[in-house]
Design a protein around this ligand. Structure first.
Ligand SMILES: CC(C)(COP(=O)(O)OP(=O)(O)OC[C@H]1O[C@@H](n2cnc3c(N)ncnc32)[C@H](O)[C@@H]1OP(=O)(O)O)[C@@H](O)C(=O)NCCC(=O)NCCS
Length: 352
């Protein structure tokens, strides 16, 4: 399948969105990266200002959607509640029956703008807290943390979540994006496609791995226990969450960037417990893989991002939904690319 959205060099560990390396992209605001993914070019200052303004205006959620979310939230996983909320947003979208390019673009802006608000609302309802309205003065990421936790984040925390959204935004034909493209190829609407992506993201071998890493960090608790934890996993032939990748045969470039963000947060918080533990797990995994399989294994995107979430006080059960809030820009970009050069995706099976 051809794409001009993203390229990965798995041997060299290079990831580019629209031809630009992630190391450069993470220096930009999320709004600019979202614009780049959707429109295919870096926005001029006026274009960025207009796009950012629209995103800020669209952060609000209709009261009826919030009422449904409140009711469905009990006893469900966060991602399932988010999925219901996105389904409701589809029903309530005033342009739901319009599949023109302009209407689809408006819907994609709504999706990008509202995902963080919905994720924050899921969490606030689940923990019995009152909702916090978006603050248009805050950036995309800072506003999310504000709605989630109720206090304006520090500059370092705001930078960390903004980078998290950027590094989570896009990754070529990963399972969720591929499934979204299949839905798009049937000429279904953009909400149906995004909901498909959201459902696929849920699995523990894909977006759910971030929660798996957070659970593991809680279980291991201290860097002193890391060695035994990995040895036990190896002896039971179980996988360690946050390691390995189908495409990268060297370190995932996002893992390196997340590691730097995690270090900065750890130093800023004056608490290196989670960072030290993660680094020890990385060392032991590398050593054991070399000894047992004669080749290295590296952390993937979910490993150090989970450490970042620990420092940002994002609970494990919300991790996949926060990932989705970043990924939605990539998803809608793939929807447009599929929709505009469409051929239905229909692979053949090998009958055995
Ligand atoms: C991501 C993943 C699904 C890639 O899978 P893959 O390319 O199909 O690789 P495989 O699952 O076939 O694994 C190849 C070998 O490496 C081992 N391996 C791969 N990831 C491992 C991990 N995280 N922990 C321990 N062993 C691992 C497998 O056991 C297998 O060993 P074998 O050859 O002795 O049977 C896999 O690495 C994984 O399950 N990782 C953990 C989940 C995760 O972090 N997912 C997020 C992905 S971004």
């Amino acid at each position: 399948m051809d794409t001009s959205i993203c390229s990965i060099d798995g041997m060299e560990g290079i990831l580019r969105y629209r031809g630009i390396e992630v190391e450069q992209l993470e220096q930009m605001p999320y709004d600019a990266v979202s614009y780049l993914l959707i429109y295919g070019k870096i926005p001029a200052p006026q274009e960025l200002e207009a796009y950012s303004r629209k995103l800020r205006e669209e952060r609000y959620i209709n009261r009826e959607i919030l009422n449904v979310l409140k009711v469905c939230n009990y006893g469900t996983e966060a991602l399932d509640s988010l999925r219901t909320a996105v389904c409701c947003s589809a029903h309530m979208d005033e342009e739901k029956d319009d599949s023109s390019m302009e209407a689809n673009m408006n819907k994609s802006i709504r999706l990008v703008a509202k995902f963080p608000t919905l994720v924050a609302a899921v969490h606030r309802y689940k923990t019995g807290k009152f909702l916090i309205a978006p603050d248009e003065k805050l950036s995309h990421g800072a506003n999310f943390l504000y709605m989630l936790r109720g206090t304006v984040p520090s500059a370092i925390e705001a930078e960390a979540i903004e980078k998290d959204f950027i590094l989570s935004a896009e990754h070529e034909l990963n399972p969720s994006t591929f499934s979204l493209r299949i839905t798009a190829s049937t000429m279904a609407d953009i909400y149906s496609a995004v909901i498909t992506g959201l459902c696929t993201l849920k699995g523990p071998l894909h977006g759910g791995a971030r929660k798996g890493v957070m659970d593991m960090l809680d279980e291991v608790a201290s860097h002193e226990n890391a060695e035994q934890y990995v040895l036990d996993k190896f002896s039971r032939k179980e996988k360690v969450m946050g390691f390995g990748h189908r495409v990268y045969k060297t370190c995932d470039p996002r893992a390196k960037l997340f590691k730097d963000i995690a270090k900065k947060l750890a130093d800023d918080h004056g608490d290196t417990q989670w960072y030290d533990l993660a680094e020890r797990l990385e060392q032991v995994m590398y050593r054991e893989f070399m000894q047992n399989k004669g080749r290295p294994i590296y952390p993937n995107v979910d490993f150090y991002s989970a450490v970042v979430y620990k420092y940002l006080e994002i609970p494990p059960e919300l991790a996949t939904s926060v990932f989705a809030a970043g990924r939605v820009s990539g998803w809608v970009s793939h929807y447009f690319e599929q929709y505009s050069h469409n051929r239905v995706i229909r692979p053949r099976a090998n009958y055995i």
